[in-house]
Design a protein around this ligand. Structure first.
Ligand code: KQY
Length: 368
């Protein structure tokens, strides 16, 4: 059995690597809940299978699945993908799974098990209960054989942070400093929140973007609006359409990024990745989702939080969500230029988007 460690990663010489550093493997969770995924999760399961299969071409993949779906998941997923029974409330392993840190001197990996409360608990959470999700991080660490740190009362989802691996983290005020989001603020103030992040991920600098993507139900996770392409280079979701509410949100973020320097004192280069045209839930899609008291409803005409920034950086691929939009091609070209050693694999991801997130949100890497 693995052990819970009571010290802090920063004092033990562990840091969170950038996603573009080498991975040992990747984890996903199998989608099924009918009040979030339409038609009993069947269309989403097809896309999750595609994402897992593409990622598995350059790193081992494990998929965690509830007992009742084990046979079904096993029959869909290729043999070389490991399927393990793991109780969960939904399939957002970026958020409920462990964040992994590495000691560069010894090569040792450890997990960080944050408190997960379904994006806001009883205040602003997206479903109840979430106790199975909250155990996922710990179970991943046990199965992989990694000791883990636990934050007793600090709530965090992995999709609300991105690191450059060299001491810098980006996040959003909309999520981490939102007094109505049911997380740590204002019980902890900005400096205290920064300190927990610095202690657990080994950081010297936190960059606060004001906003996430328009109407993101996670309270503006950074992984839907921005990420690092490499140290010193940030990709920012953008639109030139000044009539789109996204314009002001992205502009405010750009102003911060243009003024900021990172932990190493570098000015940041910003690459704009243009959002697709607004994507709305259709009547058919809405009808396919069970309406349950306590779960965020999916209503016809609601705009989805679509963004190309929500991609996964695999060892040899970029798993990129695309939407059959003219901007798909721009995103493919930009990422091909920014990640020259990786193949950009476009995956039609509307079904994941309908569940409230995208490819980055359903994946979690373990560093090599
Ligand atoms: O974007 C994410 N990181 C997760 C989205 C969760 C949506 C739950 N319905």
């Amino acid at each position: 059995m693995t052990e819970r460690i009571e010290t802090l990663p920063i004092n033990d010489g562990f840091r969170m690597p950038g996603e573009y550093e080498a991975h040992q493997s990747c984890w996903l969770l199998w989608p099924e809940r009918p009040d979030n995924w339409r038609n009993g999760g069947k269309p989403a399961q097809k896309v999750f299978t595609e994402v897992a299969t593409e990622i598995a071409k350059s790193e081992p993949v494990t998929v965690g699945v509830n007992q009742t779906q084990f046979e079904n998941a096993r029959s869909h997923l290729p043999k070389h993908i490991r399927v393990v029974e793991m109780s969960n409330d939904d399939s957002w392993i970026r958020d409920c799974g462990a964040t992994f840190v590495k000691n560069d001197k010894t090569g040792e990996i450890r997990g960080v098990d944050w408190v997960f409360n379904a994006w806001g608990g009883l205040v602003d959470g997206l479903y109840f209960p979430w106790d199975k999700d909250d155990q996922v991080a710990r179970k991943m660490c046990d199965l992989e054989g990694y000791d883990y740190y636990h934050t007793d009362d600090f709530i965090l989802e992995g999709g609300s942070i991105h690191v450059d691996g060299e001491g810098t983290l980006i996040t959003t005020e909309e999520c981490l400093l939102n007094p109505e989001s049911g997380r740590n603020f204002p019980n902890l103030n900005r400096e205290e929140i920064e300190q927990v992040l610095k202690d657990h991920l080994n950081l010297q600098k936190v960059i606060w973007l004001p906003n996430g993507i328009y109407l993101d139900e996670t309270n503006g996770h950074v992984d839907n609006i921005a990420c690092f392409a490499k140290p010193g280079e940030v990709i920012l979701a953008w639109t030139d359409d000044t009539s789109d509410p996204q314009y002001e949100l992205s502009k405010a973020n750009l102003e911060v990024l243009e003024k900021e320097t990172d932990a190493k004192g570098r000015k940041l280069t910003v690459h704009k990745i243009h959002t697709p045209s607004p994507i709305l839930i259709t009547k058919d899609e809405s009808k396919g989702v069970d309406q349950i008291d306590g779960t965020l409803p999916r209503q016809e005409g609601d705009r989805l939080a679509a963004s190309y920034a929500n991609f996964y950086i695999g060892n040899k691929i970029i798993a990129l969500p695309v939407f059959n939009d003219p901007k798909d091609q721009d995103a493919i070209e930009l990422l091909t230029k920014l990640f020259p050693t990786r193949k950009v694999v476009p995956i039609y991801a509307r079904e994941i988007l309908l569940g409230g997130g995208n490819i980055h949100c359903i994946t979690q890497q373990i560093p090599a």
